[in-house]
Design a protein. Structure first.
Length: 250
């Protein structure tokens, strides 16, 4: 059996590093980020992580269902932009708001660094926010599937792009399905995260991938999706797949 690559994040982060960027790690409790930028921005990134976590923690204290709900929640109208982004992502994807937390924090931190670095990559437990003018590739990690580590998704980040992955066989995030990898690309990283969770939940049969992919790609804002389940692979939308060339930073 292939070891769980998310148990030791350094084992798959080697695949995510771009040679033209400086990489550094920022970790606060459950939030463990690998960040690439033009220079080491650890101090600025840590401040952004702490602020993002403060907002999420405050929302949970004010509204405990925000943490536990597996269904979308309605906004109260007083939420911060980060919390509204998570609520909206959950609503579009049909999942609870915490299904979007990793992607939302990755984007929050990434956008806070954009004024200091034109190229930024933030990886948060397999959910990636990218921005900049250079085409990038993000490795597809898919557990025991023979396709794991062989493929990458090519993206042009521009002013911001999310590539997020959910799995029913890899890692510790909650997934109710059987996908080795359910990946979604969207300009909104929180939406990519929530939609990847939804896509992973829908995969019950490796021979029936088209229906779930159609459902996810019908969500406004989703640009494309990919599923790997065992030896089966399904792709829909604006997904450019290529062989992995040893590094997922292009």
């Amino acid at each position: 059996m292939i070891p769980d690559p998310y148990a030791d994040r350094s084992s798959y982060r080697v695949l995510q590093e771009a040679g033209d960027l400086t990489y550094f790690r920022v970790s606060v409790d459950e939030t463990d980020l690998s960040i690439g930028a033009r220079r080491d921005l650890s101090r600025e990134a840590l401040a952004a992580v702490l602020e993002a976590r403060r907002q999420v923690t405050a929302q949970i204290e004010d509204r405990p269902r925000f943490r536990t709900s597996l269904e979308p929640l309605r906004p109260h109208g007083t939420e911060s932009p980060l919390i509204r982004q998570m609520l909206e992502a959950g609503s579009r994807a049909g999942v609870g708001p915490m299904a979007a937390v990793a992607g939302a924090i990755a984007e929050y931190v990434g956008r806070s660094l954009m004024k200091l670095s034109r190229e930024v990559i933030v990886e948060n437990g397999g959910d990636v926010f990218l921005c900049g003018g250079k085409k990038r590739s993000v490795a597809v990690v898919a557990g025991d599937s023979p396709l794991s580590g062989l493929l990458a998704i090519s993206v042009e980040p521009g002013s911001g792009c999310g590539v997020c992955t959910s799995s029913g066989t890899v890692g510790h995030s909650l997934s109710l399905g059987k996908a080795d990898a359910a990946m979604v690309v969207a300009r909104d990283c929180a939406l990519a995260d929530a939609a990847a969770t939804r896509l992973g939940n829908l995969i019950r049969d490796p021979a029936a991938l088209d229906g779930p992919l159609d459902e996810i790609c019908a969500i406004p804002g989703v640009e494309g999706a990919l599923v790997i389940a065992g030896e089966s692979i399904g792709i829909k939308g604006n997904i450019v797949l290529q062989p992995l060339r040893g590094a997922a930073g292009g």
